[in-house]
Write a protein that binds this ligand. Structure first.
Ligand code: 13P
Length: 260
């Protein structure tokens, strides 16, 4: 399909801006030794680290794209504690995670808010990394595809096919996040293929074929190559293993082996 890989690190609520500086320098040195023409690397630090990471990435010309973990769907105004898409775009942020399961479960982000946030991110010229995934209970109840379909269709509702360039979908089964129990490569491919069909029903086949679909949940250097083996899996979204430069660079190296 000609889709390049995206290897994204979600730092979650970890690393202050000093720690971020060390990690990004270390990661940059390691990535500079890899051939990254078909593999893109992104990091999603906490808000307070973004300016530091941006400065180092630009100054040292590191092959790293900048991402955020969340953003407000409001443009500006009396919304204490929020950060806007304009503020992120000004820092040359390229990607924003939207609807991570932790935001959905712990901070009340529902499908409608996911849709509004994704639209705001795209309108500002950034890409939305829309996260979807079923819980263990939903999976056991046989509701996996219904949940994935509902979350995906809600997130892209109202978007034109031309927005495909600005959409990444991340399949992150909740039961695999932070548990050490990653999905199998077959499970990841099965879900990714279903998600692509779902995108196709809403945005059309050409758009769906161009959208990168990532897998996330207990990704490690050891399971990356296998997970990337599925034809519909175009990258990984990494939590814990992205907090160490050597480990995250090993995951990127595994993707380089797959994509050449
Ligand atoms: P872990 O890689 O720590 O399981 O986290 C996955 C995740 O939630 C990435 O967004």
């Amino acid at each position: 399909m000609g889709r390049n890989a995206l290897i994204a690190g979600n730092w979650k609520l970890n690393l202050d801006h000093h720690e971020a500086l060390h990690l990004i320098r270390d990661l940059g040195l390691r990535l500079n030794q890899l051939e990254l023409s078909k593999v893109e690397v992104a990091v999603h630090p906490p808000f307070t680290d973004l300016r530091t990471v941006q400065t180092i990435v630009e100054g040292d010309k590191l092959p790293i794209s900048l991402g955020a973990q969340h953003v407000s769907h409001h443009a500006k105004g009396a919304y204490t504690g929020e950060v806007s898409t304009t503020m992120l775009a000004k820092l040359k942020t390229q990607y924003v995670l939207v609807g991570h399961s932790e935001r959905r479960a712990l901070f009340g982000m529902d499908d409608q808010l996911v849709q509004q946030t994704a639209a705001a991110v795209i309108a500002e010229g950034m890409s939305a990394v829309i996260c979807v995934g079923e819980s263990a209970e939903e999976r056991e109840a046989g509701e996996m595809t219904a949940v994935l379909e509902r979350q995906t269709l809600a997130a892209v509702r109202g978007l034109p096919a031309t927005a495909a360039d600005a959409i990444v979908l991340a399949y992150e089964p909740v039961w695999a996040i932070g548990t050490g129990q990653a999905a199998t490569a077959e499970d990841a491919q099965h879900a990714a293929s279903f998600l692509r069909e779902t995108l196709s029903s809403s945005l059309g086949k050409a758009a769906a074929d161009s959208i990168r679909i990532l897998y996330g949940g207990s990704v490690q250097p050891q399971n990356t190559e296998e997970l990337l083996g599925g034809p519909d899996v175009d990258g990984v979204l990494v939590g814990g293993a992205s907090l160490n430069g050597a480990t995250f660079a090993e995951i990127v190296a595994a993707a380089v082996r797959c994509y050449g």
